[in-house]
Every structure is written in C-alpha cells, then in structure tokens.
Design a binder for this molecule. Structure first.
Ligand code: SF4
Ligand code: SF4
Length: 314
C-alpha cells in the first residue's frame, strides 16, 4: 500500500487522541485541496528551499533534464520528470524528498500498534487521505488487525467510491467522517473534478447502517461558502433523514501554501483571506435553521477575527 504519513496525537480526526494514517491517492481534485501531495497515487518528490545548499547534484543526476535553476531555486518541469527519484537519492542536504511510502499492511500495523496505550478508551486510529477507499483491500486487512486488538477505527472519506467498498469496510469502522462539500452537481464537478451523485447516494445508504456519522463541509471562499450551498446541503440531509451525530463547517485555512511551493505547483487560493466570523455565523445559522438537530451543527477553524487577534498578540 502507498501512504503519505502517520500523524500521532491528533485531536482533529475523531474523538480522543488518535493516530491518523494518510493514504496516498484520491479520485477528487478539489481546487482548494489542503493535501495536494495526497492526490496522485504514485510516489512523488518535493523540494525544500531552506535545506538546499545549491550544489546542483540533482540537476546533474536527472536523466530527463527535468531540473533547472531559476531565481526561485530548483525548478522541476513535471512534463519531463519520470519520477525516478534519482534527484532524491543523490541530494546531500535532504532538500529533495520523496512523498509517499510503499509499505506492507504488516509493517504499518506494527507501527500503529505502538500507540495503543494512549488511545485510552476514547481515542483510536483514523484512516484518512487522499481517499482510503482507493486502497480498500489493504485498508480492510489493516482494519482486521486493528479490530483484533480492540482499537476503535474512524474512516475519513470523500464518499466517492462504489458502495461495495463501504460494505467491505463497515464491519470494522466505528465512525465515518463524511465530506459533503458542494451540493450542486455541476458545481461539484467544476470544483472537485467529479460528479457528486454517488457521494450522496452512498450517504443515504450509510445512514441506514449503525455506524456513527460526522458530516464535514469545508467552507472555502468563493467556492462553498455561500448560503445557497449550505442551505442545499442542509435540505438534502433533512429530506433524506440522514442520521448524523455532528455536522462541522470547517473554516478555510491557508496552511498548505508551502506544500504547493514544495511541489512546484501554484495554488489559486494563495492570497485568499480567511473567512470572516460573520460569514461562519451566517452559514451556521443557515444550517441550524433547516436540520432537525441544530445543536449538533458547529463551525471549526480560524476566522479572520481570530487571526487578527493572534497577530496583535505576537
Ligand atoms: S542536490 Fe539537493 S542540495 Fe543540491 S541543488 Fe539539488 S536539491 Fe539543492
Ligand atoms: S524524479 Fe527523476 S526525472 Fe524527476 S526530476 Fe528527479 S531525477 Fe529528474
């Protein structure tokens, strides 16, 4: 299997203290993606400017002439790059790094099980990505091992997969973190690269199962942050009596700017300011006015106001 990394002591990926495993590879291409390194299912490379000593060994080693020096440092022409990773292997400063790791289920489990002591009843393991369902066979094997050790499992998913994959994984999953980003089908296609019909129909079916469900909606400026979108998602949840324990409206952040730079990619949200607290409050009240349990809807993340307060304190 191909994973990005393992994040320990996470408090944002389900209840309690959690170990989150990020799978590599995702069928969606959200324009605002905060984990751009997780989209491609293949191993990639990234360049850390602060570590680079300018020796240019990478350029000499590259068999595809994909690397060059620019005023911004080492530039990669990804139309030429063959992802052979010779630049990574030869870099004396660790400035060229591999993204993704091929690992066996057994090795991954042995790594995760070290954290069992701190799950402390309420925590557990969260499988995230990328899209876990793109590697369902491996995920099931991992879940079987974790469950045999009594570990609680959360699955963070875009929902974009055949329902059969959920049926295979559900016996091991205690909590689903389910993304509903955009309600309108055409907007979803435009913003996320795929149609959302299967995401909605899967959720309707999942709601009939006993698994706990937390809905998550990223609030992205000029993409998902309009009242119409939140109203439509809330109406969908209500009309189909979707059963959920929480619905989180997650405020946009720009912490991933460096990731795009390291990949040599531009990001259209680079200069986008955080969402205002008023906008979040409006969207929250919009959602709460429609769903049957308004008390389980909340918003998370930094808003402009909090960011300003933080800057003033520094
Ligand atoms: S080999 Fe490493 S340190 Fe040398 S120029 Fe390339 S990235 Fe920078
Ligand atoms: S991964 Fe291989 S082809 Fe791509 S830039 Fe590095 S050395 Fe060149």
């Amino acid at each position: 299997m191909n994973i990005l990394n393992i994040q320990r002591m996470s408090t944002e990926d389900g209840p309690g203290l959690r170990t989150t495993v990020f799978f590599k590879g995702c069928p969606l291409k959200c324009t605002w993606c905060h984990n751009p390194e997780s989209i491609l299912p293949s191993i990639q490379k990234e360049w850390f400017q602060v570590r680079c000593i300018g020796c240019h060994i990478c350029i000499v080693n590259c068999p595809a002439q994909a690397l060059s020096v620019t005023e911004n440092g080492i530039d990669s022409d990804m139309t030429k790059c063959k992802l052979c990773l010779k630049c990574v292997d030869g870099c004396p400063a660790g400035a060229m790094q591999q993204i993704g790791k091929i690992i066996s289920v057994e090795m991954l489990f042995n790594e995760i099980i070290k954290d069992k002591a701190y799950f402390n009843g309420s925590g557990g393991v969260t499988l995230s990505g990328g899209e876990v369902m793109a590697q369902t066979t491996e995920a099931v094997k991992l879940c079987q091992k974790l469950k045999a050790h009594g570990i609680s499992i959360a699955l963070d998913t875009s929902g974009y997969t055949q329902y059969a994959n959920f049926e295979t994984l559900l016996p091991y999953v205690d909590l689903l973190l389910y993304d509903l980003k955009v309600d309108d089908a055409l907007d979803h296609q435009r913003l996320c690269g795929v149609d959302n019909a299967i995401i909605k129909s899967n959720l309707i079916r999942l709601s009939q199962e006993s698994v706990k469900i937390w809905i998550r909606t990223p609030i992205i400026p000029n993409a998902t942050d309009d009242v119409k979108n939140i109203k439509a998602i809330a109406t969908f949840l209500s009309e189909y009596s979707i059963r959920f324990e929480r619905w989180e409206l997650c405020a946009f952040n720009n912490l991933c700017i460096d990731k795009y730079a390291r990949l040599g990619q531009s990001w259209e949200f680079e200069k986008t300011p955080l969402v205002t607290k008023d906008t979040m409050a409006l969207l929250l009240s919009t959602a709460q006015a429609i769903v049957s349990k308004p008390e389980v809807v909340s918003f998370t993340g930094l808003t402009q106001l909090e960011e300003e307060v933080k800057c003033t304190k520094q």
